[in-house]
Design a protein around this ligand. Structure first.
Ligand SMILES: Cc1cc2nc3c(=O)[nH]c(=O)nc-3n(C[C@H](O)[C@H](O)[C@H](O)COP(=O)(O)OP(=O)(O)OC[C@H]3O[C@@H](n4cnc5c(N)ncnc54)[C@H](O)[C@@H]3O)c2cc1C
Length: 601
C-alpha cells in the first residue's frame, strides 16, 4: 500500500529547527507538514506556515491548534480572515483548508499508519527531530517522479493516464494540483488549464513525451518553447503540453563561421546577449521575450529583416524529433525536404530540439521609438507605405497604432537602422517624421542586445495570459490609397485595439520563394490586427481581402480552413501535405495551422 505521510511540527518551537525539519520532510517526499500552535511563545502557526513555504518546494502545509485567545485579545473576524488569506497567498496553493488528515501518535508503526490511512487520508505524525522525520521518509520509500497528495490528485483531468507518464519525465511533469502549475498553465497571451505539462530536457525525453502524446490523441496537444504563441496553441484546456523551455542552451560551434547552436527554449533576448560579445547578431522579431522554437519554425520578421533577411534564412540545420519519436537532423543536404518544410511550417512536422544558425556581424545600430500624432490616419498610412519601402535596406521600421481617439491617432514607430554612423541614422529616420506631429522620441545608438533586452524576464511565476488572443494577419504587396482608406476605416470602427505594419522587402525578398516553406517573399508589409471578438474581427478583416496577398501564420488566430490556403500558396501547400503524410500521417502536431494529411484540398 502506498502511504501518504506527513509530519506535525510545533510552530512555537525554535523556528530554525522547525523550518529545517519541514525542509527534510519536503526533500524526503512526505506529503504534508502540519504546524501546530503551542504555548504563547515563538511563531503562531500561520506565520510558521509562511516560513515553511519559503524553504520548501512542494509539500502541502496545514495549520492546527489555535486555542481561543483571551476575550480581551480576540481579534476582529475580518482581521483573522485577512491574515488567513495572506498566509494562503504567501504559501501559494500549498495551504490546506480545514484538517483533512488523520493524526497518528508519535512513533506509530507502519501497521498503525496503514490502518489510519485506509480511508485515503494523509496520516501525520508528530516529530521533534531529524531522526523522526527520517523514519517516516524511509516508510514511504522512493517513488518514481513526485509523490502527490490526495488533494492534488483530485484535480487531475479526465482522459490522461497520469500513472503512464514516462519515467524519464515523471520528476519534472506538472499536474493541476502541483504548486508550480500556475506558472506553467498559461502563456504570454493565452489563459490555459492543461491536464499535464511534460518538460523534456533532451531529445530522448522529447521522444518519450511524444510516445505519451501518441497515446493521448483524444485530448489536445500543445508544443511550447517560449510561450509567446498567437496562432500556436501552446497551452490548452485539459490536454497535454510538451514544454521544451528548459532546452535553452546557446553555444558557439565554430566562431570562424559564426555558427551557433541554439535550444528552442532560449528567448531572443538571451540569444542577442550571447552573440553580442562576438560582435554578432541574429535578427528575430521586435520583442526579445519571444521564444526561439516558435519563431524559428515560422519565419521571423524582425527589425533587422530588410538588412539581413528572415530569421529562418540564417538556419543551417534544425534538429527535431518526429511524431514517431525519430530524431532527425535536417539541413540542405540531409532531409532537405524537411529542412524546407521546417522553415515556415515547422510546427506541423516535429518538435525542434536545436537550431544551428549562421549569425552575422552587427555593430552599434541606430534604434528609435518615435510617437507621432496624426489627424489624418489615411494619409499617414499612405505616407508610411511610401517612405518605409523607399528606405535603404539598412532601415527597417514597424508601425503600431490603435483606435483613433477624438479624431487623432497615436502612431508609434519602432526602427532599427543598421549603421554605426549617427548621421546616417538621422538621415534615414527623417522622412518618417512626416507621418504626424512628433510627440515622443527616443533615438540612440545601441547594441542589438540592448534593444532585445528591453523585454522583461519571465520570472519563476511564469506567464499570466488570460482568455484567447483574437488576431488576424495579412501580407500587403504595398499600401495603396484604397488600402490606406480601408485600414483607416477599420481602425475608426474602434473594434481593433492594436494594428501593426512590419516592413519587409530588402534581404527578405532576395531569397527565392521556393527556398523555404515561408513562400511570401515579395510583399512589402506584414499587417496584424488584434480585436476582442473573433467573428467580428474576421468579418471586418475579410472585407480588406482585396489588398492582401496571403498571411503570416504566426499572427492569425482564425481557425477557418481557408486560412491555410492564405498561409501557403497552392504548390507549397500541396508539397507540405505530401510531407505531412510522410512525417506525421496521424496529424499528431495540430496546435498551429494544422495540415490535414488526409485531404487534398
Ligand atoms: C509580443 C510578441 C511579439 C512578436 N513579435 C514578432 C515579430 O516581430 N516577428 C515575428 O516573426 N513574430 C513575432 N511574434 C510571433 C512569434 O514569433 C510567434 O508567436 C512564435 O510562435 C512564438 O514563439 P514561442 O516559442 O515564444 O511560442 P510558443 O507559444 O512556445 O509556441 C508557439 C507555437 O510554436 C510552435 N512551436 C513552439 N515550439 C516549437 C518547437 N520546439 N518545435 C516545433 N514547433 C514549436 C507550436 O505550434 C506552438 O504552439 C511575436 C509574438 C508576440 C507575443
Amino acid at each position: 500500500m502506498e502511504l501518504a505521510l506527513g509530519v506535525v511540527l510545533d510552530a512555537s518551537a525554535d523556528a530554525a529547527r522547525t523550518t529545517e525539519l519541514a525542509r527534510q520532510a519536503d526533500a524526503g517526499g512526505l506529503d504534508l507538514v502540519v504546524l501546530r500552535g503551542g504555548p504563547d511563545t515563538g511563531l503562531d502557526p500561520w506565520t510558521a506556515a509562511v516560513w515553511v513555504a519559503g524553504v520548501t518546494d512542494r509539500i502541502a502545509i496545514g495549520t492546527t491548534g489555535f486555542g481561543p485567545p483571551p476575550e480581551h485579545e480576540m481579534p476582529y473576524p475580518s482581521v483573522v480572515e485577512k491574515a488567513r488569506e495572506s498566509a494562503a497567498l504567501l504559501t501559494g496553493r500549498r495551504l490546506v483548508d480545514g484538517e483533512p488528515w488523520a493524526t497518528a501518535p508519535a512513533g506509530a508503526d507502519r501497521a498503525a499508519l496503514e490502518a489510519l490511512a485506509a480511508d485515503g487520508r494523509t496520516v501525520v505524525v508528530p516529530v521533534t527531530d531529524a531522526e523522526d522525520v527520517a523514519r517516516l521518509v524511509a516508510l514511504v520509500g522512493p517513488v518514481a517522479g513526485r509523490r502527490r497528495t490526495a488533494a492534488a490528485r483530485a484535480l487531475r483531468r479526465a482522459g490522461i493516464d497520469y500513472d503512464g507518464v514516462p519515467a524519464s519525465l515523471a520528476a519534472t511533469a506538472v499536474e493541476p494540483g502541483d504548486p508550480e502549475y500556475l506558472a506553467v498553465s498559461s502563456t504570454y497571451l493565452r489563459g490555459g488549464a492543461p491536464g499535464l505539462v511534460l518538460r523534456p530536457e533532451t531529445p530522448e525525453q522529447v521522444a518519450d513525451a511524444l510516445a505519451f502524446a501518441r497515446a493521448h490523441t483524444h485530448v489536445p496537444l500543445g508544443v511550447r518553447s517560449g510561450g509567446h504563441g498567437v496562432s500556436g496553441r501552446s497551452t490548452n484546456d485539459g490536454g497535454v503540453v510538451i514544454d521544451v523551455g528548459r532546452m535553452n542552451r546557446i553555444e558557439v560551434l565554430d566562431a570562424s563561421r559564426r555558427l551557433v547552436r541554439i535550444g528552442p527554449g532560449a528567448t531572443w533576448k538571451q540569444v542577442a546577449a550571447a552573440l553580442d560579445p562576438y560582435g554578432w547578431a541574429l535578427g528575430s522579431g521586435d520583442y526579445g521575450g519571444v521564444g526561439v522554437g516558435g519563431l524559428a519554425t515560422a519565419g521571423g520578421i524582425g527589425l533587422l529583416g530588410r538588412a539581413h533577411g528572415l530569421t529562418i534564412d540564417r538556419l543551417r540545420a534544425v534538429e527535431l524529433v518526429l511524431a514517431d519519436g525519430t530524431p532527425v537532423r535536417a539541413t540542405a543536404d540531409e532531409h532537405p525536404d524537411l529542412f524546407w518544410a521546417v522553415r515556415g511550417a515547422g510546427a506541423n512536422f516535429g518538435v525542434a530540439t536545436a537550431f544551428e544558425v549562421e549569425a552575422y556581424d552587427v555593430g552599434e545600430v541606430g534604434w528609435a521609438k518615435l510617437g507621432l500624432v496624426s489627424t489624418d490616419l489615411e494619409k499617414s498610412l499612405l505616407r508610411f507605405g511610401e517612405v518605409a519601402t523607399a528606405a535603404p535596406r539598412d532601415t527597417t521600421v514597424f508601425l503600431v497604432t490603435g483606435r483613433p481617439q477624438r479624431g487623432q491617432s497615436m502612431i508609434q514607430l519602432y526602427a532599427i537602422v543598421d549603421s554605426p554612423d549617427p548621421q546616417v541614422v538621422v538621415e534615414r529616420l527623417q522622412p518618417f517624421l512626416d507621418l504626424g506631429v512628433l510627440v515622443q522620441q527616443e533615438a540612440f545608438m545601441a547594441r542589438y542586445k540592448d534593444i532585445m533586452g528591453q523585454a522583461p524576464d519571465v520570472g519563476p511565476e511564469g506567464h499570466h495570459g488570460q482568455g484567447e488572443p483574437v488576431s488576424r494577419s495579412a501580407f500587403l504587396p504595398g499600401i495603396t490609397p484604397q488600402a490606406a482608406h480601408d485600414t483607416a476605416e477599420l481602425l475608426r470602427s474602434g473594434r481593433v485595439f492594436f494594428f501593426q505594419l512590419r516592413t519587409m522587402g530588402g534581404a527578405i525578398a532576395d531569397v527565392p520563394a521556393d527556398e523555404t516553406a515561408f513562400a511570401h517573399r515579395t510583399p512589402a508589409f506584414q499587417a496584424t490586427a488584434m480585436g476582442v471578438d473573433q467573428a467580428d474581427l474576421d468579418a471586418r478583416w475579410d472585407r480588406l481581402a482585396e489588398h492582401f496577398d496571403g498571411l503570416y501564420l504566426s499572427f492569425d488566430t482564425d481557425l477557418r480552413p481557408e486560412r491555410l490556403h492564405d498561409a501557403f500558396p497552392p504548390e507549397v501547400l500541396a508539397r507540405l501535405r505530401e510531407l505531412k503524410r510522410r512525417y506525421d500521417p496521424d496529424a499528431l502536431f495540430r496546435d498551429n495551422f494544422p495540415i490535414d494529411p488526409r485531404t487534398t484540398t
